[in-house]
Design a protein around this ligand. Structure first.
Ligand SMILES: Nc1ncnc2c1ncn2[C@@H]1O[C@H](COP(=O)(O)OP(=O)(O)OP(=O)(O)O)[C@@H](O)[C@H]1O
Ligand SMILES: [Mg+2]
Length: 311
């Protein structure tokens, strides 16, 4: 999408994109939890989901969370699409949790590609700043802005990179995940050089792995340095692979912490065996370590961003 040089739009001071070129590594999960983490600390937070798949981790659509703007629906990426199409400010769903507003992703975000390609012919490279422009009028209301991003889609990656100050890269340990990092690294360099010189790497982490597999972590660390540069902050926290609690929490529209808080009320397997409860009523014990690791990861990302902002 990029070709010519042009004017810069200063990204919000505390904005971070969770991105990597590979699908299914945990971007949306981390983005939703990072946004909820800041909001829970009293910071006014905005989550912008630049994804054509709406995972609804926070239960906005399925459980009707938040205060929806008047007028046409903003669900399923429609609000984000309209803002870019009509060149008007983003319209979030407010108070999805206390202090947390969300611009939901979904199918309509995918339609941005056709719109941007058509505009590119007339307007040139500035179409890559469409999201940054739609965000600018509302950005000052927020202490924190978190972007979820789409995989394997250069145009959407560039659109988001042009609107954020920081990029945080989660990865899994397999080769395709490492190769996916190369895509984001390429787009990062293009956008920083042509549109957003304030863009920096906040760090990278290994996600969904065995926290005790130290040898493997060292290898991934070497791969990350190879792709993103020797000075990339590689976080120590590794969030473990715990599929059942992660998938259940998303189905219920709850963060890991919220789901873990239901542990004392969980049905037991003998209740299920006796027909007094269903499997869905059993909260897996492994949600507790998963919630704790996610909390630690967010604290570590935040500490890195703050330290890097001061240097
Ligand atoms: N710690 C975890 N352990 C196991 N599974 C997890 C964990 N965290 C998230 N998941 C599950 O892994 C799947 C992929 O996660 P997620 O949707 O966050 O990845 P993504 O990078 O956003 O994917 P996409 O590229 O498709 O947008 C989801 O089903 C999610 O519930
Ligand atoms: Mg996702």
């Amino acid at each position: 999408m990029l070709s010519d040089a042009m004017d810069f739009i200063e990204p919000p001071e505390r904005s971070v994109m969770i991105g990597t070129g590979k699908g299914g590594v945990g971007k949306s999960t981390i983005a939703a939890h990072k946004a909820a983490w800041h909001a829970a600390r009293g910071e006014r937070t905005l989550l912008v989901c630049v994804t054509s798949q709406d995972d609804d981790d926070l239960g906005i659509e399925r459980f009707n969370r938040g205060i929806h703007p008047e007028g046409p629906s903003v669900l399923n990426g429609q609000g984000l699409y309209r803002s870019v199409h009509d060149r008007v400010p983003l319209l979030p769903v407010r108070e999805v949790r206390p202090n947390l507003d969300v611009v939901p992703g979904g199918e309509a975000v995918g339609e941005l590609l056709t719109l941007l390609t058509a505009r590119m012919a007339v307007e040139g490279v500035q179409v890559v700043q469409s999201l940054a422009r739609a965000l600018a009028p509302i950005a000052r209301w927020y202490d924190q802005i978190v972007f979820d991003s789409a995989p394997e889609q250069d145009s959407l990656e560039q659109l988001t990179l042009a609107a954020t100050r920081w990029l945080f890269v989660p990865t899994r340990s397999d080769d395709t995940s490492i190769r996916g990092m190369r895509r984001i690294a390429r787009n990062f360099k293009l956008v920083r050089r042509q549109l957003n010189p304030a863009l920096s790497v906040a760090g990278a982490c290994l996600y969904g792995s065995n926290p005790n597999a130290r040898q493997l972590h060292e290898e991934v660390r070497g791969d990350v340095f190879g792709v993103l540069g020797q000075h990339t902050p590689m976080l120590h926290t590794v969030v473990g692979y715990r599929e059942m609690p992660a998938v259940n929490a998303r189905k219920k529209g709850l963060t890991f912490g919220e789901y873990a808080a239901l542990l004392p009320t969980s049905a037991k397997s003998y209740d299920v065996a006796a027909g007094r409860a269903t499997r869905a009523d059993v909260v897996p014990e492994s949600i507790a370590p998963l919630a704790a690791e996610m909390d630690r990861l967010n604290a570590e990302i935040d500490a890195h961003c703050r330290k890097a902002s001061l240097s």
